[in-house]
Structures are given as C-alpha cells and as structure tokens.
Design a protein around this ligand. Structure first.
Ligand code: FMN
Length: 383
C-alpha cells in the first residue's frame, strides 16, 4: 500500500526516485565485495543521516528529490521490532521498496534479536545498519550505540554473525574514541567482519549536547586511508562549501549530513530553491503518507525557524496545529508572510541551534526563549 503511494508521489515529484535503482535487480547484496556493493548503490555521494523521528519516509523522499543519493531510516530498536507487533508494523510502514537505496538502522546488543529483526527486513533494503554512535542516556541504559562500541569483542561478534547470515549487506555507524589509536585498531577489525560500508561521525560520545564541538575530519581521513571499504564521513557540515571541504579533507566516498538537511532538505542539490515551496511539498507528502503529526511539527520548527523569529506567533501556531491540512494552510500563510524576503535569508536554525546550545545558560532574551523550545524539541527526539 505504502509503496503504491510512494510511487505516485515519486511520479508527482518528477522522478525523484532514481529510476536506475532497482532493489530487486540484485539478489545477493551480501555476496558482493564492498566496492561492488557501493557501485550497485550507484556510487552515492550525498547521504541523509539516520535521525530518530526525523529521517522518516516523507522527509527522505523530499531529500532524495533534491540531491540526496542515499538515505537511512531512523534508528529502530531490535528487541522491540522483533517482539512487538505494533512497534514492528509502525516501522515497517516507514520502509519503502521504492525509496531506495535506504539503509535500515537498528540498535541492540543481542546478536539473536538483531538477526531476528534483520531477517524480517533483509529483502527490503540493500543494507542493515548497526547504530554504534548514539551517545544518549537511553543508549547507556539499553547498552547500545556508542556504549556498545566500548565492547569491541561483542560488536565484532554481532557484525560477523549478521554478515554471515543475511542476504542484504551489513554496515555500521560509529563515533570516535578519545584515544584515536584505539579507533584505528577498531575500524580495521570492523572491516574484517565483512561489513560493506562504514559511516564515521567524527566526534566522540563525550562531544554531545553542550560539548558538541567540531568534527575531526583528519581522524576520518586516517580511517579511510587504512580501510579498503567505502567510508561515509559525517559531522559538522554547515554549508554547501563544507561538502567539498569534507570530501577534500577526508577523501571519503560520501558525505552524510543530519542537522543541515533538517534546516534545508535541498541542501545537497547546491541549488537555491524556495524553502517555502519545498516545505509545502514536504507537507503534501507527509499528508499523503499520514506521517506522525509530531514528527511533522518537529520538522516545521526547523524549516520555519526564521519565520518564527520574525513573528513569534508562528512558534505558538506550530505548537497547537494538529492536522496535516492545518499545517499546509499554515505553510501557505508563512509563504505569503515572507514572500518578499530573499530565500537565503530564510535559514538560521542550524547556526542558531549551535550557538544557543553553547550559550544556553548565559542569555535570556525573547529570541532565546523561542530557541529553547527548539532545543527541547530536538533533545526529546534523540534520548
Ligand atoms: C534529530 C536527530 C536524531 C538523530 N538520530 C540518530 C539515529 O537515529 N541514529 C544515528 O546513528 N544517529 C542519529 N543522530 C546523529 C546524526 O545521524 C549525525 O551523526 C549527527 O547529527 C552529526 O551530523 P551533523 O553534524 O550533520 O548533524 C541524530 C541526530 C539528530 C539531529
């Protein structure tokens, strides 16, 4: 059902789904060498990061229409997915055979639960991805993400087990250890498990929230230089020029962005589209797919950050709107409201978010109050 919807939406979006990519054309993803695998994906360069509650199907579709080559689902919990029907159905609805290539990201530490989950989806994706980067308290309690990464033996066991038992490929997304030489040893061992792709967020798990700081692209370059598999660089992409800078600095096969895409889903296209039109396009897709209204709301806080700054009543309206149609009407209103403002002036969430996280405790102006709402919204999504 959902795939028919997506095909139609794809047609409306003027071939947003690369017609050349056919998931079913390859039946042996796991048998390919990492670079054969990468080639079958179409040698992707621009990647939309996994984002809890934010890299949902509607958002992936809009990113893909505007230049993103490869997407990731939000992280899915393997135990809940394997054992709870409602949770499973909810996440299966978010996976599309048309919106491809899309890596399905899972978390967990139990090899059997991970395999059980992976078996359910191995025909629906070229790649099953293990989250080894989540730094949040919830990951500590659940013993997954960057906390699991500390247990190298278990990580290697899980990835080897998955690689040997799945039809699709296996990948993982890591953070750096503060001790870089430990990171370099780790990635060499990760490669030996048979993973096809490694995504590296160039920050440590301690670089989180107020302490996020810069991503270490030099460390990513070193990782790329010692491995013989495709490596995706992630972290710190703030503007279009950063994409080229990141390729040059890391020599990686692809660049992944999360927060910048939230502010500007057409960012990877390098073209200055009208953000208000693109936001409305997103809203139409979200309505068509019946996307969770709170996920839509979260997106709109970033897409309309600048409008809310100009007129605080939009902040309130975003908070109380509760249907897709009403969000579309609000989107039309905002488009009209800022029709005379140059497109490039309509952004600001990304930078504002970064600055305000750093200064959160020091300032207390009206604008800051507005921003805090965004930060709350942001933090509630990922732990
Ligand atoms: C809202 C949000 C949700 C996220 N959820 C996930 C997730 O589910 N899995 C994951 O591996 N990383 C997750 N991340 C981290 C991003 O994938 C990415 O590694 C991080 O934001 C750094 O990239 P950036 O500098 O381009 O934002 C999330 C980030 C954000 C902003």
């Amino acid at each position: 059902m959902i795939n028919a919807d997506v095909r139609e939406i794809g047609a409306n979006l003027n071939n947003s789904f690369k017609p050349s990519f056919n998931l079913k054309a390859v039946t042996n993803w796991s048998q390919l060498t990492p670079f054969e695998f990468w080639k079958e994906l179409g040698n992707p360069k621009y990647v939309c990061a996994p984002m809890v509650d934010q890299s949902e199907l509607a958002f992936r579709i809009i990113c893909r229409k505007y230049g993103t080559d490869l997407t990731y689902t939000p992280m899915i919990h393997s135990v809940l997915f394997a054992t709870q029907e409602k949770y499973r159905a909810q996440h299966l609805k978010d996976i599309s055979l048309e919106e491809q290539p899309c890596f399905l990201q899972f978390c967990g530490h139990d090899p059997e639960m991970l395999l059980r989950s992976a078996k359910i989806v191995e025909d629906k994706t070229p790649c099953f991805d293990l989250n080894l980067g989540c730094p949040q308290g919830i990951a500590k309690r659940g013993y997954y993400g960057s906390f699991l990464l500390e247990n190298t033996d278990l990580v290697l066991k899980i990835l080897g087990y998955l690689s040997n038992n799945l039809k699709c490929g296996v990948s993982c997304k890591i953070r750096l250890f503060p001790d870089l030489s430990r990171t370099f040893d780790l990635v060499e061992n990760l490669e030996k498990t048979g993973i096809k792709v490694l995504a590296v967020h160039g920050r440590t798990k301690e670089q989180n929230k107020e302490s996020t700081g810069n991503a270490d692209w030099k460390a990513i370059r070193k990782i790329k230089s010692i491995l013989n598999i495709p490596v995706i660089a992630n972290g710190g992409i703030e503007c279009y020029e950063d994409v080229r800078r990141c390729f040059d600095a890391t020599n990686c096969d692809a660049v992944m962005s999360a927060e910048k895409l939230l502010e500007n889903p057409f960012f990877f296209s390098g073209i200055n589209h009208n953000i208000d039109d693109v936001a409305l396009e997103y809203l139409e897709i979200a309505k068509e797919l019946n996307t969770d209204i709170n996920q839509v709301r979260s997106h709109l806080y970033k897409l309309y950050y600048h409008a809310c700054k100009l007129d605080m009543s939009y902040n309130h309206k975003l908070g109380i709107t509760n249907t897709h149609d009403d969000f579309i009407a609000l989107g039309e209103e905002i488009k009209e409201f800022r029709k005379n403002i140059p497109n490039e002036d309509k952004f600001g969430w990304y930078k504002r978010y970064r600055n305000s996280v750093a200064n959160l405790k020091e300032t207390n102006d009206k604008e800051q109050t507005c921003t805090e709402e965004f930060i709350y919204d942001f933090n509630s999504m990922f732990g």
